[in-house]
Design a protein around this ligand. Sequence first.
Ligand code: LLP
Length: 468
Amino acid sequence: MSPTHEAGWAHVEGALRGPGWLRPPADANPLVASLWSSTTHKVDGNLVVGGVSLPDLVANVNTPAYVLDEADLRARARAFRDAFAGYDVYYAGKAFLCTTVARWIAEEGLSLDVCSDGELTVALRAGFDPARIGYHGNTKTEVELMRAVAEGVGRIVVDSFDEIARLERVTASLGRPARVMVRVTAGVEAHTHEYIATAHEDQKFGFSITAGDALEAVRRVVAVPGLELLGLHSHIGSQIFDTSGFEVAARRVLALHAQVGEEVGVTMPELDLGGGFGIAYTTQDDPSDPAQLAIEITKIVEHECRALGIGQPRLSIEPGRAIVGPAMCTVYTVGTVKRVELDGGAARTYVSVDGGMSDNIRTALYDADYSCTIASRNSEAPPTLARVVGKHCEAGDIVVKDEFLPGDVRPGDLLAVPATGAYCRSMASNYNHALRPPVVAVRDGVATTLIRRETVDDLLATDLGAHE
Ligand code: LLP
């Protein structure tokens, strides 16, 4: 089949109606409350988060900007901690991490999952207790492992035979032991985007249970005097809504856990079921709350342990998105509005904003859906189906594929996109030499910049030719 084809009605079909799940509202001004952080509301059309009106915030920090609702993030962290009492809850820092958020996470009683030397550095700089840090990664270097062990990181999640050998050398040369979990692939196809589903067999993470690699990895860890085996670790993917994937994974991982007890003679004290709990980006999504998840997951594990006749290991989970995702929104300024006539008499309204795929790559990368609202005024104009795009030199630079906005949306309007806390700032780039936006925390009417906007000097700092 030819990779190119004539652009025609196929591109247009459904464009004016939008996708089936998107209902045209009678009025495009009100918020869909379930998509926004808990303190968010509108006053005379101005979006207010954490008691701070976004037009006021923008007057100080400009756009684009990520706005982080501190109370909301803390409440979500607490909700996981309380619902999963008796578990260890590791916040997955890859979703979003900076020193202040690491401190909040510590204050709320959570542990922290890092997956790189950079994330570890941020955590340690924040004063995070290394004993409460878990270290992930499918190809950690000897230098990285050396640092993690020397700093006293609480658990290292090993992901390859090479890494076990490396860790043996590292612990021997430092004369310091390391506590280890073995990352396994449970062979589960989570119903999520292929690139973020991680427990099926054909991908880079983990040791396969079915191929016997996981049991072999356990044997090798047990044979190394400097390594203390804590347990197995399974993460089945991300943005998952139903617990059936966790159920299948838990069954397989606990069967291996029992087998290790019988055949290797080691009772592992812990078991980690990973993260991946979904959030609402649009009205299509209906996530469970932490209390519901905790009840279901605990029931599954208790049932399996009973059936296997084994004691229950101490459980841990690693939510990232579900804690920080809904706590942030991104605010942009509308730059241009263009009505593009399409074949067949249809037209699409393109609303261009002053950010794009450099501050939110998820739409382009995962075909993710988002929603948005005008954040700086009310409008009487009837809703029109719009596509919000960025300022980058790519046709795929889309922020919100489909949303109904007031038909008079115009340059200068502020536009806010909810649920951008996870994997937006942390995956942001300098594409087209964009300056990455600031992260501004809001709480009780006070705005505090946690990460400042990058400057041209930041951009040029690594360009050695600029300093000649
Ligand atoms: N634990 C492990 C071992 C992980 O690999 C991940 C995510 C998590 C926990 C946290 O998952 P969460 O609860 O945040 O879903 N960039 C993608 C998501 C990649 C997830 C990578 N690992 C996205 O934007 O959807």
